[in-house]
Structures are given as C-alpha cells and as structure tokens.
Design a protein around this ligand. Structure first.
Ligand SMILES: [Zn+2]
Length: 395
C-alpha cells in the first residue's frame, strides 16, 4: 500500500496490566493512542451532540464513534470523501470508529427485506430506498475514512429464540467473509486511509453459539480487534455478565475487545471487570437532553425533580468537569426544566466526563493492582442510594 511502511504497523494493542480479567492497555491507531479501558463518545451525525471537538478532547475523549447509516443518508459518504474524510470534515484529529449501519438499518429504517445478499431499507428521513450489502458497507466506510470500521452483521433482537440466533450467526459469518474480501481489495486497490476491520461476534445469550461464533471468526485469521455485539438488547443483566465471562475465556488476550452499546456507569465497570476494553453508548448524551445525570454518591438522578430547585451544591462535588466546577444544581435544573440548549450542553459535558474519567480511573487501578477493591467500593457508593442502572436496552 502506498505510503505505508512495513516496519511500523498502523495499529497495535499493548496490554500493560491485568487484574483478574480486567485489562489496561493502549490501542494505537493512525490518529493516536487510545488508553484502555476507554469510553468512546458517540457522534452519530459526525458530531457529539451539542459539543465542539475541542470540548470532547478537553473532557478526555480519545476516540469517537460516528454512524455509517446516518452519514450515508446525509450528507452522503461521497461528499464526506470529497471533503477530505471524516477527520477533516468533523475537525477531529483523534481516532474515529464507524459502525456498520447494521444496527440502525434494523432498528431505525423502515425495513426492509433481509436476504443473504444484504438488507433493503427505506430511509427514515425521506423514505428513499437503499440496499446495504457487506461490500457496500465496506465501500461507504472506506469513503468516510474512520480508523476502525465495523463488519456488517445481523443482530437479532433480545429474546430471540435459538433458531433465529443460529441463522443470524451463520449469516453474520458469511457477511464477514465478504466484508473482509472487499475491505482487503479496497485497501490494496486504491490509496486511502489505513483502516482496521473489526468483526462483530454475535450469539445473543446462548453460550455454545457464542463460543462457536468466536471459534469461526478467529479461525478466519488475525484481527486487529474484536467487537462483542448482541448484548444490551433487552436481555437480563445476569445473562449479560455470564456471556461476557464466556467471551473472556474465548478471546485472545492480545486484541482489544469492544463491547458495543454498553455505557451506563455501573455496567461499564462490571464489563471492565470481565475483560472488555472499549465501550460506546448514546446514554450520556441522550440522558443529558432529558435532565438525567450520574452522580458519584447518588447514582442516576433526574435533575428536573423538585428537590433540586434550591439546591446550591455542585452537580457532583467530586467531578472535575467544567459544569461541576462552574454551576450549581438549582441553575442546571432550571435550564433542564426550561429545555434550554445550554442545559443540554452542560449536562452532556458532565455525563461524558463521568464515564471517561471512570474508565481512566479503572485503568489506573488495574495498573496498580487495586481494581477489585476500588470497584466494590465504587459500586457500593454509586448504587447505595438504591440507584440502579436500567436494564440493558430499556433506555
Ligand atoms: Zn461534572
């Protein structure tokens, strides 16, 4: 490939410390390093909603996620390529991951027909008809130019029966082979960004199907990183934790593991304890727009509650974010109740900082060997108020 030196691989993952199954590492990409565990802020439309890229960087975000489905529909991947790719378009110099669009096609678009060839869908914006195939999704993600691109997969809904999950696993594997072939051909056939393709491991909460899918995918060859999909889609917490333990035993230690769609604070911590490295979720940004925030000693609270009307304390006295240093709860509550944009911005800053700094502290604790005790204490304080993260998929 032009411009690429064989001696310096554009991607690497270094495991720097472990405690139990928890891992601290560094994922190196062409646009910089991602210290793990890491929460990736979600920039659905090429923007982490309401924040500038400088604000995302200032709160410690190292890698952001953008959505292929949304950017394909608007402004279009060809436009993004013409404008220099996502990094230039968004003015974000750090690492970017794009999803495959599969999740949105299955959940947002007016479906559609799912065939082995691909998925036919109608845009949720204007009803226009499109076909996503594994090959097409690789072409779109190449045009967008993210560092990490995701394979096109079929994610059955939570509660799907064994036959449905078996069929989806089979299709996901066939699609992965087609993704890989097209991805390689594109990388070899044209100049462009260095990218890594992550496969998505499906299997819902069936342990044997999870293990079989892991064996099949790992049997296809080496992967820079692996994604665990099909969780946080409505299954019980118990099923989610058991599935992650099964995956922890089945995946190679030398690759970063991206747990898709998980990002409520206590969930993230419990998943770190089970060997996951990278996370994303719309919860911090979406919750902020509804006045819902996370507080170290109080868990998840809704600021619109009347009890905050005259509360002059910092939102979270232990948080070092701009919002918590500058404003009190009474004012932030007022902004939320009034639906003011500044409120959305300030609460987004706090919620993202809460997760990013929590992942950063988990990393430090893993490295100094105090992760287990710290996690127990963290969860007791956060959940002690009776606050519990919602059931996956319910938010
Ligand atoms: Zn804060």
């Amino acid at each position: 490939m032009p411009g690429r030196s064989d001696s310096i691989p554009p991607f690497s993952f270094t495991l720097e410390g472990t405690e139990g199954s928890a891992r601290a590492g560094t994922f190196l990409t062409p646009h910089g390093a991602v210290p793990t565990p890491a929460f990736m802020p979600v920039g659905t439309q090429g923007t982490v909603k309401t924040l500038t890229p400088d604000e995302v960087a200032a709160l410690g975000g190292s890698m952001v996620l953008a959505n292929t489905y949304h950017l394909f529909l608007r402004p279009g991947h060809d436009a993004v390529r013409e404008l220099g790719g996502l990094h230039a378009f968004m003015r974000w110099d750090g690492p970017i991951l794009t999803d495959s669009g599969g999740f949105q096609v299955f959940s947002l678009a007016r479906i559609n027909r799912v065939r082995d060839e691909g998925v036919e869908f109608q845009s949720h914006i204007d009803g226009s008809r499109h076909l996503f195939t594994p090959e097409r999704v690789m072409e779109i993600q190449r045009a967008l130019g993210a560092d990490v691109v995701m394979a096109f997969d079929e994610c059955p809904p939570g509660g799907a029966d064994r036959d449905t999950v078996t069929r989806a696993n089979h299709r996901t594997l066939l699609w992965l082979e087609r993704c890989r072939d097209r991805f390689r051909a594109l990388a070899e056939g044209s100049p462009g960004p260095d990218q890594a393709l992550f496969p998505v491991l499906q299997g819902n909460v069936f342990d044997d199907l999870r293990l079989q899918q892991a064996r099949d995918v790992l049997g296809m060859g080496e992967w820079v990183g692996l994604a665990i999909g099909g969780l946080s889609v409505g299954e019980s917490k118990e099923d989610m934790w058991r599935t992650l333990e099964v995956m922890d035993g089945a995946l190679p230690p030398g690759s970063p593991r991206y747990l898709m769609g998980v990002g409520y604070p206590a969930d993230l911590l419990r998943a770190v304890a089970r060997g996951c490295d990278l996370f994303d979720c719309v919860a911090p940004t979406r919750n902020a727009r509804h006045g819902t925030v996370w507080i170290r000693d109080e868990g998840q609270v809704n600021l619109k509650h009347a009890r905050f009307k005259l509360d002059t304390r910092a939102l979270d006295p232990e948080c070092d974010c701009y919002t918590c240093r500058r404003f009190d709860r009474a004012y932030l509550r007022h902004l939320s109740v009034a639906g003011e944009w500044l409120g959305h911005r300030l609460l987004t800053i706090h919620n993202l900082r809460f997760l990013v700094s929590m992942a950063g502290e988990a990393r430090a604790r893993i490295l100094d060997g105090s992760f287990e005790g710290w996690t127990r204490e963290w969860l007791e304080r956060y959940e002690g108020s009776g606050a519990q993260d919602p059931v996956p998929g319910a938010a």
